[in-house]
Design a protein around this ligand. Structure first.
Ligand code: FES
Length: 225
């Protein structure tokens, strides 16, 4: 049976940086649009998640990582249990900005959006339960936001946080400037304030476009989450 190291095609004594580098390479190779398949893509993603879990637990003994181990939850805010309800995330589709004389940096962007009678696809609110990532919450609410890897290795799911805070447990691709600007990857980010405002669909912004993978259609991958 293949180990996560076999799937990522690295030596079993690879360090964390080598795991990350291998993941970024393999997730592109395994992508269905690059000659891979949805199954292979998920296999690579699962291998990376398993290794990431083992590193975060401070152990390299993969035999101890079984189905009962916590996965992403191990990175969650330990204070999250004290949050009685989910965060309220107000969202706006970046594509809409080209239809109005609006800029991403407008301080009253969301006030203007609220008055513009936009479709729920473009503007609205989604509740994100504790320890749930924004992309998952949006999908559970019926939205089809862009994504590709679901593992922090591309910029397809990027959002701009214009108010509130979103926490990413790890960042391997966004520059410090992007982080400072409020860019977050919605597939691995969770609100840490009760109210958040985000602009989604920003993956074509300069700097992010180069980090994109071919988009996955929701129908290909959603069932595996
Ligand atoms: S979909 Fe690739 S980082 Fe979120």
């Amino acid at each position: 049976m293949e180990t996560p190291f076999d799937v990522l095609q690295i030596d079993s004594n690879a360090d964390e940086a080598e795991v990350i580098e291998a993941y970024r390479r393999r997730v592109k190779e395994a992508h269905p649009d690059h000659g891979g398949s949805a199954d292979e893509f998920q296999l690579v993603r699962s291998a990376y998640e398993e290794l990431r879990t083992s590193y975060s637990l401070g152990t390299r003994d993969l035999d101890r990582v079984d189905d009962d181990e916590p996965s992403d939850d191990s990175d969650a805010d330990p204070n999250a249990e004290s949050q009685p309800q989910g965060a309220r995330v107000e969202y706006l589709n970046y594509d809409v900005l080209s239809d109005f004389p609006w800029e991403l940096t407008d301080e009253d962007l969301f006030e203007k959006a609220a008055e513009a009678e936009l479709d729920s696809e473009d503007y609205g609110t989604v509740v994100v339960e504790p320890r749930t990532c924004l992309l998952k919450a949006a999908e559970d609410d019926g939205h089809k936001w862009p994504y590709a890897c679901r593992g922090g290795a591309c910029a397809n799911c990027a959002v701009a946080v214009v108010d509130g805070e979103m926490e990413m447990p790890a960042n391997h691709i966004l520059s410090p400037e992007m982080m400072e600007y409020g860019i977050r990857l919605s597939c691995i980010s969770t609100p840490t304030t009760d109210d958040v405002k985000v602009v989604y669909n920003i993956e074509h912004l300069p700097g992010l476009d180069e980090l994109r993978l071919p988009s996955q259609q929701a129908r290909h991958m959603r069932s595996s989450d």
